[in-house]
Design a protein around this ligand. Structure first.
Ligand SMILES: [Zn+2]
Length: 242
């Protein structure tokens, strides 16, 4: 039984080669997300010989507006990987023009993925979960993982109905709002992520190597057994890949 990390920014890690070695040694299945299509190849090359890490083609919503010229490169690379992310929408401090552009690009990406049925998408939805769920819709042909979901429980229910999965990270298992979300996710839809290097634990930056702490916290939230939840997340991931 292995640990699962469905959202890790390998290319933003200080020393990618050494963390790759650790991931391989510890046999942690890891999706290495990227933030723009132009850096995808870097991660693709880094992980080419890896047994446990898969490169994902991404276009982070906070970079879409500045880098919109890279969109054709996204579509060119779509056939090169089963994994897509980080993509999505971010309705933070951005201007309306920015949000409009994000939406246009996200709709195009979802549309392009609709021509496939074997993709696994890891999706950012800060402040935008309703639009994200609307755009993907109820009859999408690929697997969807909502990463670090922080939206309403009502919309969470809709995402569950649509068949989406949820990847949970360390800060979510610690915050009260995160715990509320976790308790509302059906257990057969839960996955784990580190979102390293953007997350921290006891002042250490999270990586796939800290997924064991996420599992420990999850089992405390669910008042269950550590190895049961380690197995459950592994089984959920296997099911997602079918
Ligand atoms: Zn991320």
């Amino acid at each position: 039984m292995h640990f699962i990390d469905t959202h890790f920014h390998l290319d933003l890690w200080d020393d990618p080669k050494s963390i790759i070695e650790e991931i391989e040694k510890n046999k942690i299945y890891t999706i290495a997300v990227t933030n723009t299509p132009s850096v995808f190849f870097h991660t693709y090359n880094l992980t080419e010989k890896s047994k446990y890490i898969r490169p994902a083609l991404g276009f982070h919503p906070e970079l879409v507006y500045q880098r919109k010229s890279e969109l054709p490169l996204f579509f060119e690379n779509l056939k090169k990987t089963k994994y897509i992310g980080e993509i999505g929408l971010d309705y933070g401090k951005q201007s309306n023009e920015d949000k409009k552009e994000q939406k246009r690009v996200f709709e195009k990406i979802i549309d392009a993925c609709s021509n496939h049925n074997d993709k696994v998408l890891t999706i950012h939805s800060r402040g935008s979960y309703k639009d994200v769920i609307d755009i993907i819709g109820n009859d999408f042909s690929n697997k969807v993982i909502l990463h670090w979901y922080s939206g309403s429980l009502k919309e969470l229910e809709r995402a569950v109905e649509y068949g989406f999965y949820f990847s949970v990270n360390l800060p979510m298992t610690i915050s009260l709002s995160g715990q509320k979300v976790i308790k509302s996710i059906p257990q057969q839809r839960i996955l784990t992520e580190s979102d390293g290097p953007f997350t921290k634990f006891n002042n250490n930056i999270c990586s796939p190597l800290s997924i064991n702490v996420v599992i420990k916290n999850l089992s405390n939230i669910y008042l269950g057994d550590y190895s049961f939840y380690k197995q459950l997340v592994y089984d959920n991931f296997r099911k997602l890949l079918l």
